[in-house]
Ligand binder design. Structure first.
Ligand code: AMP
Ligand code: GLY
Length: 426
């Protein structure tokens, strides 16, 4: 098979690495890709926003499957447009990608199909949003409705913060994404990421993970796209997984089919495990980044076979097997992240740092004058397997410490919650 992978981050490097290992693969193209992806795929320059240009490339190169990494193109309808050209695509339609593209849409779906989630209100004007917040009180959560690159959520511990967040949204801090706002109840518990591979009718559980969103050790400082992750998530016991499937995922699959927008692709549920059980925080309609990196390390089956089954509506006959080992990834970021990262500093020593069971995925790198340089906020994902999360953590940091990149930084405590649990249980 010829495959085209769209995207340029660590998630896409992990997908490319796994797809490249498939005996089904003839050629792997990636656009725009990055130098790490370039070691396993042929990088091509395409304007991904120009869907007919992507379709023309697929026809010319006889591409049998397009795998879409990030949410932006999905919400823009790339899957529908390519399918209209007869091209097979792994990723949801525009209508199904509303699960990520509109928080209000997802909240209404939950209300309609009785899916446990935080109580909420949807508002398109400041005055009624303020009245709701004043009535409910703090802590409370304010969310821009649309895609805001992970920046549209404010956890307001006081009424003043909540009102300021509402004003910022309606003043255009998140552009059109904030023209509508969801205000919701503040949930407490432990968060987990739960993934399902979906074909429109069947949802196949596809791994669990926990990530660390704050930039600093001890989960402090501003939010980021994720500074590290590990899999599996200890809180997702078989019982919790079964409840999540029955109470959240299956009603969502039925609900979406009911609305004429069956969901096919990766359904990524952000969960809060509360005293009453799992509650949905949000959906994403693609793999998490960096959660994908740890999932791909643990997946024992051929990813391309599974993606094909999802595209062809054959998941009811499939299963996915996972390594018993834990995987953990540490993000190395460029100084300045999550604000404005410094670009261009030279990175050395990656070959020396990698070893058996350790993969270094590129997230934001470029080649400049023959040297590998930082070219984004999150730059590298140092990922390791281990018998326990603790062992995976030790191996990841041992590899990371061999990388020669003085301008990079990372958190030193990725996995702390699971490691503490392992130590308490030992
Ligand atoms: P989201 O972009 O919706 O995933 O939100 C980003 C982060 O904000 C989540 O990972 C949670 O840590 C937190 N969060 C979102 N909604 C809630 C909520 N209703 N209660 C508590 N924390 C939340
Ligand atoms: N790491 C969170 C996300 O990909 O949305």
């Amino acid at each position: 098979m010829n495959v085209l992978l769209l995207g340029s981050g660590g998630r896409e490097h992990a997908l490319a690495w796994k797809i490249a290992a498939s005996p089904l693969l003839t050629r792997l193209y990636a656009s725009p890709g990055n130098p790490g992806i370039g070691s396993v795929a042929e990088l091509v320059k395409l304007d991904i926003a120009d869907h007919s240009a992507v379709a023309a490339f697929c026809q010319e190169k006889k591409v049998d499957l397009v795998v879409v990494g990030p949410e932006g193109p999905l919400v823009a309808g790339i899957a529908d447009d390519l399918r209209a050209w007869g091209i097979r695509v792994f990723g949801p339609s525009k209508a199904a990608a509303r699960l990520e593209g509109s928080k209000g849409f997802t909240k209404d779906l939950c209300a309609k199909f009785n899916i446990p989630t935080a109580a909420y209100g949807r508002f398109s004007d400041l005055a009624s949003a303020k009245a709701y917040v004043e009535k409910t009180g703090a802590p409370i959560v304010i969310k821009a409705d649309g895609l805001a690159a992970g920046k549209g959520v404010t956890i307001a511990m006081t009424l003043e913060e909540a009102l300021a967040a509402l004003e910022a949204c309606f003043e255009g801090a998140f552009g059109v994404a904030g023209a509508e706002v969801v205000v919701e109840e503040y949930l407490t518990g432990e968060e987990a990421s739960f993934f399902c591979l979906c074909d429109g009718a069947t949802a196949l559980p596809f791994g669990t993970a926990q990530d660390h969103k704050r930039v600093g050790d001890g989960d402090t400082g501003p939010n980021t796209g994720g500074m590290g992750a590990y899999s599996p998530a200890p809180v997702m016991t078989p019982e919790m997984t079964e409840r999540t499937m029955r109470e959240i995922i299956e009603p969502t699959m039925r609900g979406m089919a009911n609305l004429g927008a069956p969901f096919a692709g990766i359904l990524f549920a952000g969960l809060m495990i509360t005293d009453q059980g799992p509650k949905l925080i949000e959906y994403n309609t693609r793999f998490g980044d960096p959660e994908c990196q740890v999932l791909m390390m643990r997946l024992k089956d051929d990813l391309l076979v599974l993606l094909n089954a999802a595209v062809d509506g054959q998941l009811a006959h499939m299963s996915a097997r996972w390594s018993d080992e834990a995987a953990l990834t540490v993000v190395m970021a460029a100084r300045g992240y999550p604000g404005t990262p410094e670009k261009g500093s030279v990175i050395r020593g990656l070959d020396e740092a990698a070893s058996d069971g350790v993969e270094i995925f590129h997230a934001g790198t470029a080649i400049n004058g023959g040297a590998l340089v930082a070219n984004g906020g999150r730059v590298l994902n140092v990922t390791a397997l281990g018998a326990t999360v603790g062992e995976a953590q030790r191996r990841a940091y041992a590899a990371l410490d061999r990388i020669d990149w003085p301008q990079g930084f990372c958190r030193r405590d990725i996995g702390w919650r699971a490691v503490e649990r392992e130590q308490a249980g030992a």
